[in-house]
Design a protein around this ligand. Structure first.
Ligand SMILES: [Zn+2]
Length: 343
């Protein structure tokens, strides 16, 4: 149902009451870098919480800050108490946590995070370092690793500036990855679901069958996976864990529309990922004794790509290769200083 709150016409932020007192705030990013949007969820009530916080901004009064003020005013107008006291991100990716500092600075909202998330959301240095872990399976030569780190460091710095990545400068309250949060008198289970990142969590309200799902399960696109923090086996395990939750009716995802057939969607994602892994296995197996290098594999699957597509799509290939190595379906060997994949 629509909340009746006005859409911000300048930047097209939109608000929808997707379940009673749960407001989905869709925040757009209209930069040259990316045309995308991310959802934040405001659980409105006398002890409210914001799940995910969207992009950063050079001005502290962000569309999300304004929207929370509007929701609070509207609830009070209806004669209902509303005090949004806490905020937490689903994981330590910049498009989910960059708004937290603004909520803290402008509205005095308490920022919660798990131990793993704190490392990234509170420190630019740690956040940047989290991208630069060496992928052992790719076995890149040391000289190339140093050059790539320099290049990636520069790209990350430019990207962070354009994307306005912001960090929490004030205190952060650390919570357990396995705990219950009482929000507006309701119980929400915090469930760790790593795989997309190493620090993903979801919030699940078993009474209402509602899950705030972050990036784990999206309705019409596949969740990005890539090194160094994604792990396909862990991701599949997390999805299997969520399949076992009883009474799940809707997943409110961080990108796109709510998922109203959650079990079917989770099963479809598991099937899709396993099929992709199977396809890659057959590609490698088909190369016989000679095997294939990573660039050869990538070129066969994606013949025409630009730099950013290579970075995004390459991540999926790398985690799938890692998965197949972990499953002992393929092995690596060295040939002329290159890592070769074969069965
Ligand atoms: Zn993410």
């Amino acid at each position: 149902m629509d909340s009746g709150l006005k859409t911000n016409k300048n930047n097209m932020t939109s608000v929808k009451e997707v379940a009673p007192d749960i407001f989905m705030v869709s925040l757009p990013m209209n930069s040259r870098l990316s045309k995308s949007s991310v959802n934040a969820f405001v659980l409105a009530g006398n002890d409210g919480l914001v799940f995910d916080s969207g992009y950063g901004s050079w001005r502290k009064r962000t569309p999300l800050v304004d929207t929370i003020c509007k929701i609070t005013r509207q609830k009070k107008h209806r004669g209902q108490a509303c005090d949004i006291k806490r905020a937490i991100a689903s994981h330590g990716h910049w498009d989910h946590f960059s708004g937290l500092g603004h909520l803290q600075d402008v509205l005095g909202i308490e920022v919660l995070a798990t131990e793993k998330q704190v490392q990234k959301i509170g420190s630019k240095k740690n956040f940047k370092a989290s991208f630069h872990e060496k992928n052992e399976h790719l076995n890149t030569p040391e000289s190339l690793v140093r050059w790539r780190n320099l290049r990636d460091n520069l790209i990350t710095e430019i990207y962070m500036g354009v994307a306005k990545v912001c960090f929490v400068s004030g205190p952060i309250t650390v919570i357990s990855e396995n705990t219950l949060l009482s929000i507006n008198g309701e119980s929400w289970q915090v469930i760790p679901v790593p795989g997309h990142s190493d620090d993903d969590i979801v919030l699940f309200n078993s009474q209402r069958g509602i899950m705030l799902g972050g990036d784990l399960i999206l309705l019409s696109i596949n969740t990005w996976l890539g090194p160094p923090k994604s792990d396909l086996k862990t991701y599949l395990n997390s999805l299997e864990r969520l399949l076992k939750l009883p009474g799940l009716k809707v997943i409110l995802a961080a990108h796109g529309s709510p998922i109203t057939e959650p079990y079917q969607r989770i099963e479809a994602i598991i099937k899709h990922r396993k099929k992709k892994a199977d396809d890659l296995f057959h590609l490698v197996a088909g190369s016989g004794k000679q095997g294939l290098s990573y660039p050869e594999i990538f070129k066969i699957i994606y013949p025409k790509t630009n730099y950013f597509q290579r970075a995004l799509l390459g991540g999926m290939v790398v985690v799938t290769l890692d998965y197949l190595i972990g499953q002992k379906k393929i092995i690596t060997s060295q040939k002329n200083g290159k890592t070769i994949y074969k069965v």
